[in-house]
Structure formats: structure tokens, C-alpha cells
Design a protein around this ligand. Structure first.
Ligand code: NAP
Length: 525
């Protein structure tokens, strides 16, 4: 079976043998994909000339209703998405829920906040300004939806959420979307797009799908388009420096890789509530999607006197965590996505091991539950301990995109903060401490290099949303190595698909251009 592309309102099968999609537990081939021969230029033109104008005729409120209906259609097919997640990603129920339920929730969330924008077609930003003596001539800033295509190039780890979290704000803005899921796990995004297309909710050209290589897609992007890329820093650099992107100043939002941190405060003794909460969080992070989340904790910083106890506590939990075929309900950690990712993880692990000791795991030949190690793509959950965090190179630099974390000892905030900063820009750091001065010092010391900081003290306890959990009301993205992009944060994501401009003119004319303002309460609602 070859999964077709959906371009210019038609399902088109790519040429050639295609790329196989495999089950990472059995190694069985599931389907093939190919974008060979697909006319990507015509697809983008069709989206701009058909999809965009059809969406643009509607108000924000009407498009919000469309998102609500899409949310219902996707919810009705939830079980099928779980099935495909199991087959193509080796997802446990918890893994599938993280991706699929996160996708459904985000789609419905944007339907809800989009309704508040109601009737307008363009958004007023800020107050009117007077530019004349008598006030007859003034200025108003506006945000108008882009008339191009939102091109989504996505990573393999979140085929469902990656599609919905980008498509929801773009469609709400009236911008057609073209999604290119990562090849190894394209099936789930393919199925979601197929369900949306079949439902007839969206006008022709509002959604397009490329399964397989992006080929020369970026040659055809234009100034009205927006590229939203999620993936590795290396590919991000290629996208950012593409000739068409540079020459035509195409806007690019990048979510790339990240060496995220969890920090245990000096006040948290072994077996204290916050110590235990951190251990729980580390276990969750290493288990969900087998550590294949952009937000996963990669470095765990702990006071020198606590590192050993923390290592023992995490190890004893890892020791009883079942790793293997996710068809068994007691399995908590599934495989990585394919043999290539497994090899990349093991290679990265070797680099980390050159400057760390192994606290738990690290066995290339471990035996997963009910899976053939020759055919499957498992990585043993591994906890390392850095021999010298200040002098280490790799622990601050190598992202092993799997269930691998490193413990790093610190003496005081004076050495902790520079070490955290050596991640060179991350999506998230979580800090567990009851000392407000420590929380503040760390937040002020690392905030400029992080998109999100999760501070947990005893008053919060287990009520925090989670180190790795991205909620649509809050900012997702990070500076530097993390790509420099910004997503979600409520209505703020909608602004990404708009262009800001100012009209200077007669004040009565400015008033009539749009009734709809950005409600500041919705920006981060
Ligand atoms: P990747 O290899 O960089 O691929 C990402 C996407 O780019 C895929 O769709 C890929 O297509 C496409 N691509 C590759 N070369 C391209 C080119 N020359 N032009 C246009 N597109 C191209 O990343 P991945 O292995 O799928 O994902 C894992 C990485 O993503 C990790 O480093 C992780 O940290 C990061 N990530 C970040 C976030 C975030 O929100 N910050 C979220 C998830 C993942 P093919 O698959 O067809 O090659």
C-alpha cells in the first residue's frame, strides 16, 4: 500500500517504489510513501489562489466553528489514531494519548478562543494614534491574515499534535496549510488529513499533504508564505538558509532540538517531597515516547551531596520499569521510532559515556519484553552521571533523542547557572525548590535562554502541569539552539499567521477598516 499525497484538491500517488514505513517493534513494513513526481508548485499555487480566498471570505468566528467541527471529526476517529500510533510509532497507550489527545485538545482550544474574535476579518492592534494638530489625520496598526500558505515541515515524534497545533491557529487566521509530516511516521498525519478532507468541512485548497521527501518544496515558497519547521537543528539550518527563503524573506518559525534541564534545589534533601516529585518527573520523562520529546529532560542538576541518592532513587524505579512491546499493558517504555534512530541514540550515548559513568542501563544488548532485538528499535532507559559537569562537553551539547538522561552535580548557583546556559538555548527547565531566593536566582540567570521555566515548590506539589507537557495557553519554543521560534500562547500563535501593518489616514476611515481588536486577555489565555 502506498499512501497518496493530497495536493490541489486531489489524492495523488507518488512515483517509484517509495519509502517504507515500519513497525518499530516487529520491523514489519506497514505502508510506503512517495512524493516523487508530485507537482508541489501547483499545490502551493492552488492553496494560495483557491484555499486562501475561500477561507478569507469567512470571519474568525466562522473559521472557529470549522475548527470545532474538525475537532469532532478527529475525536470520532481517536481509536484509529491510537491503532496507527501503536503500529507506526510503537506507542504505548500513554504515548498515543500524549500525541493524539494533545492534538484534539489543541484543536478544540483554538475553536474556543477563536469564537471570541467573532466577526472581524482583520485585527486592530493597539490604540489609534493622532498624527495631526486637529486629530483628523491619524494612524492605526493592524494585523491582517497572510495571503500565502502555511507550510508545516514536521518532526517524526508528534505526527498528530505537530499537525493540529500548527493547523489550528493557521486555519483560524484564514491561512491554508500544507503539511509535510516526517517520513518515518507519516501514516498518522496522513489519516488525520484524510478524515478532515472526507468530512468536507474545509474548502478545496485549505489543506494539502506531502508524504515523503520535501524535494524542491522550498524552491516555491514566496513572501506571503510562512514556514513552520519542527525538527533537528541541522535541518533547521538548511531550511533557514534556503535560497528562496533568504531571497524572498519568507518568515520561518523554527522549533528545533534542545538540551533541557531539571534542577533540584539545595534545600531538597533525599526523600523530601520535592526530591520525590523530581524522581517521578524524571521517570515520566524517560518513559513517555521513550524520551523522544523535544521537551524531554536531558540533564538533571542536583547539589553535589544529593546526586548519589538521586541516582539511586531513579535507578530503583527504572529497575522495575518494563521496556518492550507496547502491546503489553504493563510495558511503560516503548521503542524509538526506527533502527536509524536507535543507531543515532547509541552513537550519542557512546559520546556521553566518554565523559560520564553509567548509573543505570547503557546496555546495547538488553532484552526488551516480547520483541526481537534484531528487528526492533529499543534503547535501554539509561541514567548517566557526569564526571565533571563544568568541564564536560558532550552532556551540554549532544541530544540523545531517546530515554537517556545525565545527572550533573553542582555546588552553588554560581556554577549551576553557567552549566545550564551551556545548552545554548532550550525549550524548558524545571526547578524544584522551596527556597524563593533560589528559584528567583535561577529564573533570572537562565530565563533569557529558555522558552519556559517550571517552578515547583511544596505548595504546588503534584499539581504542576509537567516538565514536558506543552499547554496551548502558554508559550512553546526556545531561543538559540531550540530554534528561536514561538508557538501557541493562546491567540499569540494566531498572530504568527498575520502581517502587521500601519495605516496612516483620515481617522473616520481608520475606524471603518476593522471592528475586531486583539483582546489582550486572549493572548495568553
Ligand atoms: P529532522 O530529521 O530534522 O526532520 C524534520 C523534518 O524535516 C522532516 O519532515 C524531514 O523530512 C524534513 N526535512 C529533512 N530535510 C529537509 C530539507 N532539506 N528540506 C526540507 N525539509 C527537510 O528531525 P526529526 O528526526 O524528524 O525530529 C527529531 C528532532 O526534532 C529532534 O532533534 C527534536 O528535538 C526535534 N523536535 C523539536 C520539537 C520542538 O517543538 N522544538 C518538537 C519535536 C521534535 P523527512 O522525514 O522526509 O526527511
Amino acid at each position: 500500500m502506498k499512501l497518496p499525497n493530497y495536493l490541489a484538491d486531489k489524492w495523488v500517488e507518488g512515483a517509484g517504489p517509495g519509502t517504507p514505513l515500519v513497525d518499530p517493534v516487529t520491523g514489519d513494513e506497514l505502508a510506503r510513501i512517495s512524493s516523487e513526481g508530485a507537482d508541489l508548485k501547483t499545490a502551493l499555487d492552488f492553496a494560495r489562489t483557491q484555499g486562501g480566498p475561500a477561507l478569507g471570505q469567512l470571519t474568525y468566528g466562522q473559521r472557529a466553528e470549522m475548527l470545532a467541527k474538525i475537532g469532532e471529526v478527529l475525536t470520532a476517529n481517536r481509536e484509529e489514531y491510537f491503532r496507527l500510533s501503536l503500529l507506526n510509532l510503537g506507542a504505548t497507550q500513554a504515548d498515543a494519548s500524549f500525541d493524539v489527545d494533545g492534538a484534539l485538545y489543541t484543536m478544540k482550544y483554538y475553536a474556543k478562543i477563536g469564537r471570541a474574535l467573532a466577526e472581524g476579518k482583520m485585527l486592530k492592534e493597539g490604540a489609534p494614534l493622532s498624527l495631526s494638530k486637529t486629530g483628523v489625520f491619524g494612524a492605526q496598526h493592524f494585523l491582517t491574515p497572510a495571503k500565502g500558505v502555511a507550510v508545516f515541515i514536521n518532526a517524526f515524534n508528534f505526527p498528530a499534535w505537530g499537525f493540529c497545533e500548527k493547523a489550528a491557529p493557521a486555519l483560524l487566521s484564514g491561512v491554508p496549510v500544507l503539511v509535510k509530516p516526517a517520513s518515518p511516521t507519516a501514516w498518522l498525519a496522513h489519516r488525520m488529513v484524510e478524515d478532515v478532507v472526507k468530512s468536507g468541512i474545509l474548502p478545496p485548497g485549505a489543506v494539502s499533504l506531502v508524504c515523503g521527501s520535501a524535494r524542491e518544496l522550498l524552491d516555491h515558497v514566496r513572501e506571503e508564505d510562512i514556514i513552520s519547521f519542527t525538527g533537528s537543528a541541522d535541518t533547521a539550518a538548511r531550511v533557514r538558509s534556503h535560497t528562496s527563503v533568504l531571497r524572498r524573506s519568507v518568515r520561518v518559525n523554527i522549533e528545533a532540538d534542545s538540551i533541557n534541564s531539571a534542577i533540584l534545589g539545595p534545600d531538597c534533601a533525599p526523600a523530601s517531597d520535592l526530591f520525590d516529585l523530581l524522581v517521578k518527573e524524571v521517570l515520566k520523562e524517560v518513559s513517555i515516547k521513550a524520551g523522544q520529546k523535544c521537551t524531554t529532560i536531558r540533564r538533571i542538576f542536583a547539589p553535589r551531596q544529593t546526586v548519589k541518592a538521586l541516582g539511586e532513587a531513579v535507578s530503583s524505579r527504572l529497575n522495575t520499569t518494563k521496556v518492550g512491546n507496547p502491546r503489553h499493558s504493563d510495558v511503560k517504555v516503548g521503542p524509538v521510532v526506527n533502527k536509524a534512530q536507535q543507531a543515532a541514540c547509541l552513537e550519542g550515548l557512546k559520546k556521553l559515556q566518554s565523559e560520564c559513568s553509567v548509573v543505570f542501563g547503557g546496555n546495547d544488548h538488553f532484552a526488551p519484553v516480547d520483541a526481537d532485538p534484531q528487528k526492533s528499535a529499543f534503547v535501554q532507559p539509561t541514567l548517566l552521571s557526569s564526571n565533571d559537569g563544568l568541564r564536560s562537553q558532550y552532556v551540554h551539547d549532544v541530544e540523545v533523542f531517546g530515554p537517556v538522561m545525565t545527572l550533573i552535580a553542582y555546588l552553588s548557583p554560581k556554577d549551576l547557572i553557567p552549566m545550564v546556559r551551556r545548552g545554548r538555548g532550550s525549550l524548558v527547565a524545571s526547578v524544584f525548590s522551596n527556597d524563593p531566593a533560589f528559584l528567583q536566582e535561577v529564573a533570572l540567570g537562565i530565563g533569557d535562554l529558555h522558552g519556559r521555566i517550571v517552578a515547583v515548590d511544596s505548595t504546588v506539589g503534584s499539581q504542576h502541569t509537567g516538565h514536558g507537557n506543552v499547554v496551548p495557553s502558554c508559550l512553546h519554543g526556545g531561543p538559540g539552539r531550540a530554534g528561536g521560534g514561538e508557538e501557541l500562547a493562546g491567540l499569540r500563535a494566531v498572530l504568527l499567521y498575520h502581517r502587521r501593518f500601519v495605516v496612516q489616514g483620515p481617522v473616520h476611515y481608520l475606524k471603518d477598516l476593522s471592528n475586531s481588536s486583539i483582546d489582550a486577555n486572549l493572548l495568553y489565555s
